[in-house]
Design a protein around this ligand. Structure first.
Ligand code: ARG
Ligand code: ZN
Length: 468
């Protein structure tokens, strides 16, 4: 609805300019007003209301209190951002909760809410380029996103002993206000207070020992590297932990719900071994710690939460650990600017599973490619072009499997040496940044010296089985 209104407003503005001719230089009052309102979406054509326009977040500081018995979350989010344009109003994404107050640079702001858009009007407008701090105080029972199309449940999901927090693609808004789209990455601090005996696991590393006062324990975590909102987690519950370092010296933390106690050592060891191996294939591990978390909520999926992949209610095998850890490079360090480029995450992580099998000697990437390729011409993966992930079916099997096949086809075309150089260069040149498919194609062409348009077009963009 809103984007339709905006389009209508833009059209009206354009028509009025044509009517007045180029000589009327002064902006009409309506144009001046609209220029100072941040857009309700960041500009992803497939998710018009996800994220927001007009500003860029650099840091989230989330102070959260959570009580599993009452499922009540009390939050104070302090968000540091920069205005990309003069702003009299801007939006944050937030689903549910009662918002009790908002300040901008310490001054009380007014705000209104409509669906998942929280519109903030600072007491004084923000100048273009101004750094500002928004503080939002909120509380309530989180409302995760349930079974929207084929995504299952995601967001902040209360469980009997705490919460399972996995937010891809746009569920961060179910537990903190922000710019909920991967195009705006930021660093994070978490201060999470839970009943004594319960553990809160967020991204990055603990900044001190958990402190217990009056039967409640506070955990402070910091992710000092840029992170997309959907990778943020504050998974809470009873956990068995194992901590140490990988053989190559990266900090490693594995945590399992007591129901999965028998999986703890394997999760810890395999995660460490695979993290180190990916370091040799993709280039240095981009973050300060690795690991994994198994919770007893049966999500039906795992998520590559930054530094702490989360496995939803199952004992993960090597394939999926290899997949989620490969995402630390592809998806987490390098993040997509638009959801339609999701194969840059999922195709790469799936191909990493094939590379791990090849490394272990249990299979070859080529045999795995051939298994997929043998699917008959009527199989749905040939209809769905993986290079354009569809908003109603983002995580389609094609984005994973045919995305991985695309990389194998590239490897066959340019040879192992150049192919692995492409992977390392890709991860290195865009570390901590945002990326597009066009940039990947350009890099592959630059390093191979080959014209690869038709290869990528056939594999990524055509609704039919490519010929090989
Ligand atoms: N990125 C995850 C993976 O490939 C999948 C997340 C799916 N999200 C969801 N809400 N079902 O492991
Ligand atoms: Zn994945």
């Amino acid at each position: 609805m809103r984007s339709t209104n905006r389009q209508a407003a833009a059209l009206a503005a354009l028509l009025s300019m044509i009517a007045c001719g180029p000589s009327s230089g002064a902006a009409r009052p309506a144009e001046r007003l609209s220029a100072q309102v941040g857009a309700p979406g960041i500009g992803d054509p497939d998710f018009p209301l996800d994220g927001n326009g007009g500003y860029d977040v650099s840091h989230y500081s989330l102070k959260l209190g959570y009580t599993p018995s009452g499922k009540r979350l009390d939050g104070v989010a302090t968000i540091k951002a920069t205005a990309k344009q003069a702003l009299k109003r801007f939006n944050l994404d937030l689903k549910g909760f009662e918002v009790s107050g908002i300040s901008v640079d310490g001054a009380a702001a007014t705000f209104s809410r409509e669906e998942h858009e929280l519109t903030v009007a600072p007491a004084t407008p923000l100048r273009q380029g101004a750094a500002f701090t928004v503080k939002v105080t909120y509380s309530g029972v989180p409302e995760p996103i349930q079974n929207s199309s084929n995504l299952g449940s995601y967001g902040f999901i209360p469980t009997p002993d705490g919460a399972f927090v996995a937010c891809e693609p746009n569920g961060a808004k179910t537990w903190f206000p922000g710019n909920d789209h991967p195009a705006d990455k930021a660093t994070f601090d978490f201060e999470i207070t839970v009943p004594e005996g319960v553990t809160a696991l967020a991204n990055g590393e603990l900044t001190g020992k958990p402190e217990t006062v009056d039967g409640r324990t506070t955990f402070r975590w910091r992710e000092a590297h840029p992170m997309t909102t959907y990778l943020a987690t504050a998974t809470v519950g009873k956990f068995q932990l194992r901590q140490g370092r990988t053989p190559d010296g990266i900090r490693n933390l594995a945590a399992v719900d007591p129901k999965f106690n028998d999986s703890l050592d394997r999760l810890y060891e395999v995660s460490g071994e695979i993290t180190d191996y990916w370091g040799t294939v993709f280039g240095p591990y981009p973050f300060s710690s690795t690991g994994g978390v198994v919770d007893d909520f049966s999500a039906g999926y795992a998520l590559e939460n930054q530094t702490k992949p989360l496995y939803g209610g199952f004992d993960p095998d090597d394939d999926i650990i290899a997949h989620e850890l490969a995402h630390q490079w592809f998806g987490n360090s390098l993040s997509i600017k638009r959801w339609r480029d999701l194969w840059l995450n999922e195709g790469f992580a799936t191909y990493a599973e094939w590379l791990w099998a090849e490394h272990e000697g249990t299979n070859t990437a080529d045999a795995l490619f051939q298994t997929f390729y043998a699917r008959q011409a009527t199989d749905p993966i040939w209809k769905y072009p993986p290079g354009r992930a569809q908003p109603g079916d983002l995580f389609n099997e094609s984005v994973y499997g045919r995305g991985a096949m695309t990389l194998h086809a590239l490897r066959e075309a340019i040879g192992d040496e150049t192919f692995f150089k492409v992977l390392k260069t890709w991860a290195g040149e865009h570390q901590y940044g945002t990326v597009t498919t066009e940039e990947f194609v350009a890099l592959a062409e630059r390093l191979s010296g080959k014209q690869l348009d038709s290869l990528f077009d056939a594999w990524l963009f055509q609704p039919r089985r490519p010929t090989i």
